[in-house]
Design a protein around this ligand. Sequence first.
Ligand code: HXC
Length: 510
Amino acid sequence: MNEIIEELEKRRENARLGGGQKRIDAQHQRGKLTARERIDLLLDENSFEELDMYVEHRCTDFGMEKNKISGDGVVTGWGTVNGRVIYVFAKDFTVFGGSLSEEHAKKIMKIQDMALRNRAPIIGLFDAGGARIQEGVAALGGYGEVFQRNVLSSGVIPQISVIMGPCAGGDVYSPAMTDFIFMVKDTSYMFVTGPDVVKTVTNEEVTAEELGGASVHTVKSSIADKGYENDVEAMLQMRRLMDFLPANNMSDVPVLPTKDDPDRVETSLDSLIPENPNQPYDMHELITKVVDEGDFFEIQEKFASNIICGFGRVEGQTVGIVANQPMVLAGVLDSDASRKAGRFVRFCDCFNIPLVTFVDVPGFLPGTAQEYGGLIKHGAKLLFAYAEATVPKITVITRKAYGGAYDVMSSKHIRGDMNYAWPTAEIAVMGAKGAVEIIHRKDLDDPEKIAEHTKNYEDRFCSPFVAAERGYIDEVILPRNTRRRVSRALNMLKNKQVENPWKKHDNIPL
Ligand code: HXC
């Protein structure tokens, strides 16, 4: 018996060495951890149960039959994060550069199937060179099967991708179909075709970082939701994120114990809005003062920063927060902001996460650049996302809510459940200056008359009360009580039941 146990230990030890000590050292020298080291950081201590450790490829071309490594370039299994089950696969760059073979794909598929069947989140850690070149079409087939599973799991279980090294060719499309993509700064990059192919086809000379590093995908392309300094930070932040997310689309959001009083009064919020309506203020201040212990997990903070999206908790329960940011482009809605927030709203709605929306929006951004870029369709994405969402929707208008953007930002008219406004709210078709210039065009040469018209317009329309008179606003609240109001509304809406008409799926303006 002892010999059998020894043999097992030997096999395990051998498999855990992956591509060997030399390649592990090379991985470390590049500032990267190995697949198993990453998993150890991600999961609760000693909770990882590895599967398929002894799987080997079946390729017999290019002398590959003599070159087999246990595990075949991907480490798969399940474990827990703060006691909750998650499934994980991590590409092992020390084994054939983490490239995907037929058997490697089957290991990932098995974990995807288990995650879906058992309705628990799945996290993929990417560090790989794409399709296993020696396997050709078998690898392409493997990718296709992984992609199919990504799609079937979408909206049923949270799927998260973390890019921790190269991620090219076939490897990019699986992350692209997951809910969130995170990257590690300087050591990871993502592109469909690498710098060499780019040079051949377009004659452009770019580095891997310039083509697809975290600095590109978190700022310009919005492919990635956030970049982290190193592997350790990335794994610890994934643990934090998992605490916000439910296990699946039928389960409740997790509730974390909190000592933060839901009735906490924040008098400082009474002076958040500056006297001058054109002066910005930081919407983060409102968000962090409303959520439990100021704990806010923001996504895409460097892309379309005129809108803020992220997770927080109120009374321990996860909420999705969407907020216009007056500090950037005056909080205007443009194509990028609409796409960013639309996708976030849909994620929250998939997973029963109530939405809290803070509104200070001067409208949609005018101009040819926006119109030619498809602002109408992109803006419609956010409108569509809010309008189809059936989760509890609580809206607080702090200042401007002008024009179409008023309707879009979780208004009463698209099934906002509780719509609050601060006394400083201005709910109108447009600001006073623009309105007066149109409806009193004949008086434009008379500054006195214009001043009078502007004052009249401001008195009548630049307030929350015209909307409140019609019931579009449920209550005008004191800024200091915002947390209490949101918390009470969330409790009141706990058993909300709204169903959209049956359909195969909707046709969101993509
Ligand atoms: C087999 C691969 C491999 C691959 C890397 N390796 N990529 N083996 N298939 N795709 C192996 C290398 O031979 C090497 O083995 C080890 O992994 C490390 O690779 P290096 O090149 O030494 O590392 P590095 O310099 O860091 O470069 C990493 C890299 C580069 C940028 C990922 O290896 C690379 O460009 N690889 C090819 C990328 C690619 O074109 N893939 C195919 C994409 S097409 P040893 O034994 O020396 O350690 C595709 C289509 C699918 O994916 C489409 C489906 C929709």
